[in-house]
Design a protein around this ligand. Structure first.
Ligand code: SF4
Ligand code: SF4
Length: 391
C-alpha cells in the first residue's frame, strides 16, 4: 500500500520522545547519522525531523523550501532505525521521512536538483534517471545470445546499464557461465530514485510496465545485481499495490545457492585483502548481511577483513535518498569517511554488491586520492576462474 503522511503516520509520528538515540551508535560512541554529523543541528536528526513533520501535519509549521530542504538532507540510510530504542516505532522512520517528501512534492517544494530525476524518468526517450537514451537491451540480448522467453529475467537496473557497464557485463558473463536460462527485458526505471525523493505520481505505471515485460518473458524469477533495485522490486513494488508471482533474487543469493549445492567451485586465487561495504538497501533495508560475506570467504586466498562499523552499524556510502544528485559534494564526503574507515583495516580492495555504492565510493576514491581498488563482488568473480557443474 502506498503510504500517506496524514492517513498513515499522523497517529505514529508523535511517539518520538526526542531521546536522541537515533543520532549515535552507543557502542562506538560516535555519530551514526550522516545528516546529523554534517549539520550538528537537532532538526537534521531523525527525532528533529519527526518533530518537524509533526508540526507540518498539525499545521503549526507552514511548508517552505527551507523545511523541505531539511527533509531531503537525509540519505535514507536507515541507521537511525537501528538505534532508535522504541521498538514499535523504529521500523517506520525512513518510511515517514519518504512520506513527508511526497507531501513536499505535492506542496511544490521538491528541491530543483532532485526534480531532474522524475523529469528524466518520465521522458519517453529515456525512462532512466541518468538522462541517457533508453536502452531496450535488444543489442545485449543479441550479443549474449539470449532467448525471448526464459525462466529468469536479469533486471539490470539503470546504474549498471548506464554508469557501471563493467558490473553489468560481469553479471551477464557470470549468468551465462552458470548456464541458467535467462533473458533481458526492455526495462524502465524500477523507480527507486523517485520513491526515495517523494516523486511518486507515475510510479504505478512504471511498475506495471516492468511487470508486464517480465511476465511476457515468461519468467518465474528475477535477478538483479543492484541493491537498490532489489529492495524496490521486493519491497516497494508491493507497497504500491503490485501484483506479481515471480521471485526476486540478488545475484549474491544465486552465487551462494550454487556454492551450497556444490555446483560452483572457485578455482583460482584472489590474493588480496578485501573489506566489504554493506549497501544500506541490502543490509538494513532487507536484512541481508551474511550471504555476501560467506561468498567472499569462499574465494581461495582472499583475506577478508571487517570495518569497525559493519552490518547494521555500517556507515552509509552517501549516495542514497537523492543525496548524490541533490548534494554531490556532501555525498562524496560521506563516502570519504567510509574509505578512511576501510584504510584502517589494511585492505587494498573495498568491495560491495551495489552499482550505486560502487559509483560513490569510486568517486570519493578518485577525488581524495585514497588509492583503493573499488570493485563489486560480481566483478571479482569475473576475474577468477571457477567451475560450474550440474546446472
Ligand atoms: S526517533 Fe527514536 S531514538 Fe530518535 S529521538 Fe525519536 S524516539 Fe528517540
Ligand atoms: S536515514 Fe540515515 S541520514 Fe537519514 S536520518 Fe536516519 S540515520 Fe540520518
Amino acid at each position: 500500500m502506498e503510504l500517506n503522511l496524514e492517513q498513515d503516520w499522523k497517529d505514529i509520528v508523535h511517539r518520538c520522545f526526542r531521546c536522541g538515540y537515533c543520532k549515535f551508535t552507543y557502542e562506538f560512541s560516535d555519530f551514526n547519522c550522516p545528516s546529523y554529523k554534517k549539520h550538528r543541528f537537532e532538526t537534521y536528526s531523525t527525532g528533529g525531523r519527526l518533530w518537524l513533520i509533526y508540526g507540518l501535519i498539525s499545521g503549526e509549521i507552514p511548508w517552505s523550501q527551507g523545511v523541505a530542504n531539511v527533509l531531503y538532507a537525509c540519505s535514507t540510510c536507515g541507521n537511525c532505525t537501528e538505534n532508535c530504542r522504541f521498538d514499535k516505532f523504529n521500523d517506520f522512520l525512513v518510511d515517514i521521512i519518504e512520506a513527508a517528501r511526497a507531501e513536499a512534492v505535492i506542496n511544490g517544494f521538491c528541491p530543483e536538483k532532485q526534480k531532474a530525476l522524475i523529469e528524466r524518468i518520465e521522458n519517453s526517450e529515456m525512462y532512466n534517471p541518468y538522462g541517457e537514451k533508453n536502452s531496450d537491451n535488444e543489442d545485449l540480448k543479441k550479443e549474449y545470445d539470449l532467448p525471448d522467453k526464459a525462466e529468469w529475467v536479469y533486471f539490470i537496473g539503470c546504474t549498471s546499464n548506464y554508469r557501471q557497464k563493467n558490473l553489468r557485463d560481469a553479471t551477464l558473463r557470470f549468468l551465462k557461465k552458470t548456464n541458467i536460462d535467462f533473458t533481458l527485458i526492455d526495462e524502465h526505471c524500477c523507480c527507486s530514485p523517485v520513491m526515495r525523493t517523494g516523486q511518486i505520481n507515475s510510479v504505478k505505471d512504471f511498475i506495471n510496465y516492468n511487470i508486464a515485460q517480465i511476465n511476457n518473458a515468461g519468467a518465474s524469477k528475477v535477478i538483479t545485481s543492484c541493491a537498490g533495485c532489489y529492495r524496490t522490486l521486493k519491497k516497494d513494488w508491493l507497497k504500491f499495490g503490485a501484483d506479481y508471482d515471480f521471485q526476486i533474487y540478488h545475484t549474491v543469493e544465486l552465487v551462494k545457492k550454487l556454492l551450497d549445492e556444490g555446483k560452483l567451485k572457485f578455482i583460482s586465487e584472489y590474493n588480496k585483502t578485501v573489506t566489504y561495504h554493506d549497501p544500506c538497501h541490502l543490509g538494513r533495508h532487507m536484512d541481508l548481511y551474511e550471504i555476501p560475506r560467506e561468498v567472499y570467504k569462499h574465494i581461495p586466498r582472499i583475506k577478508f577483513v571487517e570495518m569497525k562499523r559493519n552490518r547494521e552499524n555500517a556507515w552509509c556510502c552517501g549516495a542514497g535518498g537523492g543525496v548524490k544528485i541533490g548534494y554531490p559534494e556532501w555525498s562524496v564526503e560521506i563516502s570519504k569517511e567510509r574509505l578512511e574507515e576501510a584504510k584502517i583495516t589494511g585492505a587494498s580492495v573495498i568491495s560491495s554488491v551495489c552499482p550505486f555504492c560502487k559509483t560513490n565510493l569510486s568517486d570519493a576514491n578518485i577525488k581524495f586520492n585514497m588509492n583503493f581498488e573499488v570493485i563489486d563482488l560480481i566483478e571479482i568473480l569475473d576475474n577468477i576462474e571457477f567451475e560450474i557443474s550440474g546446472n
